[in-house]
Design a protein around this ligand. Structure first.
Ligand code: DLL
Length: 434
């Protein structure tokens, strides 16, 4: 079953012809409407009408998250604000989030692609979709919601949190499809066990899990504990939100990236050159239909490989391998994207604290935990325990307020965090996700 068979099975030649046409028109649009792109293209000595083949894409400059931050909040928008009907932002960066805007047509496209994504995962009109992705500035909740409605399924907009209630509702409402992060799915399984609820008595059939890295081992565990088929969904707010790529239930082998709207490239993050098919590298995406904030060669920082081999499901769109890490130091803690530098900038603003720190990320009872080890200066360290405790609490509060993540701060003696001669190790991730 497909949602839009014509487009999902376009022969490669037709698909590429469509991509080129859409790419050219998008380039004209950003060159005319976004000063950032005009300057960047001029600097690279290329004009939109120089792009005559998909190969020419490689002559265009990259766009980075930093470029988005520098043009905060609306600098990269290509449509006037009157046409923007929705604004989302990346999670965890309350300081300066990455802001994206959608026109009515963008919402239409996203909705269609999410509906397509659901069908690719084996969901259909009769399903009851339990949507536990967070609603709000995060794209997960609303993105999946609109797609589920377009499909004609019954959507339960439960959002995240209140796990006991989630389980009761899944049971009573007869949910058949679950959408949430893979770690939350496992947490639900634990809670259900405590509540004496057996997933074998529930109607769940499919789980569509993403928004954070996970592994094949986790898939096996989730499928066993929740008694469903667990599939991988990929997306990022900069490009659209959930539904950029989806694993099909037929082959369960790689995530189809919707090439009629996005052009993927895999580059070597060091040399920035495109690598051959099947080689691991950083995923770069060009959006070719977006109006609100089209992005040219956006460096996602996500590591994967791509294959154009035909798929058993009949879709012609290329497949990405499971996303297996990042080429920067971003970590995802309970669905919140965090850069060590954000924690650092909080620490440097605090009296008595040294900018020597270590983040220890772990997973306990299926919940991510973040421990922040930070050195305090001599003077403070000899202070009363009460003073130190108060300081820890206030740093924890600051991190929670600024980044939205709960942490445990441990103050350590001066010069006890290992110094390095090269790149400092700021993060120890014990979760073994890939
Ligand atoms: O996480 C959008 C989303 C919502 C995707 C619901 C899937 C389901 P952001 O908050 O902008 O958007 O975070 C995007 O999350 O660059 C990856 O590093 C990571 N990520 C998303 N999906 C996966 C996945 C949403 N399936 C960032 N596997 C991305 C591994 C993923 N990492």
């Amino acid at each position: 079953m497909m949602f839009n068979e014509e487009f999902e099975t376009l022969p490669r030649q037709a698909l590429e012809a469509l991509q080129l046409k859409r790419l050219q028109s998008m380039l004209e649009r950003v060159y005319a409407n976004v000063p950032f792109y005009r300057t960047a293209f001029d600097r690279a000595g290329i004009r939109p009408d120089d792009v005559r083949s998909l190969q020419d894409l490689q002559r265009l400059p990259f766009t980075t998250k930093q470029n988005m931050r520098d043009s905060y909040p609306y600098g990269l928008f290509a449509a006037p604000m009157e046409e923007i009907v929705r604004i989302h932002a990346s999670s965890g960066t309350t300081g300066k989030p990455t802001v994206v805007g959608y026109t009515q047509k963008d919402i239409e496209t996203w909705t269609e692609l999410m509906a397509r994504t659901f069908v690719t995962a084996g969901a259909h009109k009769g399903d009851i979709i339990h949507n536990a992705y967070g609603y709000g500035l995060f794209t997960g909740g609303l993105g999946a919601h609109y797609g589920a409605e377009r499909l004609g399924a019954s959507v339960i907009p439960i959002s995240g949190g209140n796990t006991k209630r989630q389980i009761m509702i899944m049971q009573d409402f007869g949910s058949t499809v679950l959408t949430c992060t893979p770690s939350y799915a496992l947490f639900m399984a634990e809670e259900a066990k405590i509540e004496g609820v057996d997933f074998r008595n529930l109607k769940l059939r499919v789980g569509i899990f993403g928004a954070e890295p996970w592994s094949e081992a986790m898939r096996v565990e989730i499928e066993e504990k929740l008694n469903l088929t667990a599939l991988d969904i990929y997306g990022l707010s900069e490009i659209m939100g959930p539904g950029v790529a989806q694993e099909c239930y037929v082959a369960k082998s790689g995530l189809h990236i919707w090439e009629d709207h996005f052009i993927p490239e895999i580059i070597d993050p060091e040399t920035c050159q495109v690598v051959p098919e099947g080689t691991k590298g950083e995923l770069v995406i060009t959006t070719i239909t977006k109006q609100g904030i089209p992005l040219v060669r956006y460096r996602t920082r996500d590591i994967t490989s791509i294959t154009y081999e035909p798929c058993a499901c009949g879709r012609t769109h290329a497949r990405l391998a499971r996303l297996s890490g990042r080429s920067d130091d971003m970590i995802i803690i309970r669905g919140v994207n965090v850069f060590p530098s954000q924690i650092e900038s909080i620490l440097v603003g605090i009296e008595g604290v040294e900018p020597h720190y270590l983040l220890i990320v772990d997973r306990q009872d299926n919940l991510d935990t973040l421990e922040v080890h930070v050195e305090v200066d001599e003077r403070l360290f000899s202070d009363e325990i009460k003073v130190l405790q108060a300081l820890s609490r206030s740093i924890e509060k600051e991190i929670k307020d600024m980044l939205g993540v709960t942490s445990r701060v441990k103050l350590v003696e001066p010069k006890t965090i290992q110094r390095s001669e090269g790149k400092a190790t700021r993060v120890i991730d014990k979760r073994k996700l890939v």
